[in-house]
Design a protein around this ligand. Structure first.
Ligand code: ZN
Length: 275
């Protein structure tokens, strides 16, 4: 199944995305749908529609997750190329719900940063409340995957050893367009993650290179906190970010940031100046 939260003239609406368009479900957003233990059968109800695909406006699939976790240093090849040792434990940090932006929203560059950088990432959407779940059972707690870009203000991120202030600018994290359940994917353990700026390829990797995969991350995080339906885990970014280039490259007003994962879809975000 492919599910989304759409912005309609009457407000947000959860929808199932079919080849013929969007079928509206009687829920405001996927947060509300996923909160039901029977969300899979609710999402399979016929719904109202279809709304043609061309006119759809996507909100982030989940709009107010209770928790957003992100992982640093998680692609083996990128860690090794940076000359680092493979870490024993995931490097975790957090974001807030108001960091999220829709798949086609403008990416508003804040005037306080001159080093706005991209980080294409696979995002996990939690589908079931869980605590201390084992990695072998964790897949059942995953509602699906979506595309994210952990856009990072490097000049703020590296002010201190803790990265929060450079990772939590409001509206800086494109997410979407859809929640894709794992049964839709031929090989959910090996997805191609790419990022381009103005059509120029910047990142290109496969999720089989993740040091800590989705099941391990769900298990690890659930050891110390209860994961709730709609919570997010962004799994980390591969090599090719702007700050690691020579010379460094950062996003400028007018740039088009494209973040794509094969089988999941694409975020296209136009960079604009904050007015
Ligand atoms: Zn990241």
């Amino acid at each position: 199944m492919r599910l989304a939260t759409l912005r309609t003239p009457n407000g947000q609406r959860a929808a199932r995305i079919e080849p013929d368009g969007a079928w509206l479900l009687p829920y405001e957003n996927l947060d509300e749908l996923l909160a039901r233990s029977d969300w899979r059968s609710e999402a399979s109800q016929p719904g109202t529609g279809p709304l043609p695909g061309a006119g759809l406006v996507y909100a982030p699939p989940v709009t107010r997750p209770s928790k957003i976790f992100c992982v640093g240093h998680n692609y083996r090849s990128h860690i090794l190329e940076m000359g680092r040792e493979l870490p024993q434990h995931p490097t975790l940090f957090a974001k807030f719900a108001n960091c999220l932006a829709g798949a086609s929203d403008d990416l508003v560059l804040p005037p306080e940063s001159v080093e706005v950088d991209w980080e294409a990432e696979l995002a996990i959407i939690v589908g079931r409340r869980c605590r201390r779940i084992q990695a072998g059972a964790a897949q059942a707690a995953i509602a699906g995957f979506t595309v994210a870009n952990d856009v990072s203000m490097r000049d703020w991120q590296w002010r201190t050893p803790q990265w929060l202030q450079g990772k939590a600018f409001e509206g800086s994290t494109p997410l979407g367009p859809e929640l894709v359940t794992l049964d839709e994917l031929d090989n959910p353990d090996d997805l191609r993650v790419t990022c381009a700026v103005n059509g120029k390829p910047m990142q290109d990797a496969r999720t089989r290179d993740l040091l800590f995969g989705p099941n391990q991350l769900v298990a690890y995080v659930s050891t110390f906190t209860t994961l709730e339906p709609g919570d997010l885990i962004l799994t980390g970014t591969p090599g090719g970010v702007g700050a690691a280039r020579d010379p460094k490259v950062f996003l400028q007003p007018g740039d088009l940031l494209t973040t794509e994962i094969t089988g999941l879809g694409c975020c296209r975000n136009q960079c604009t100046e904050e007015r």
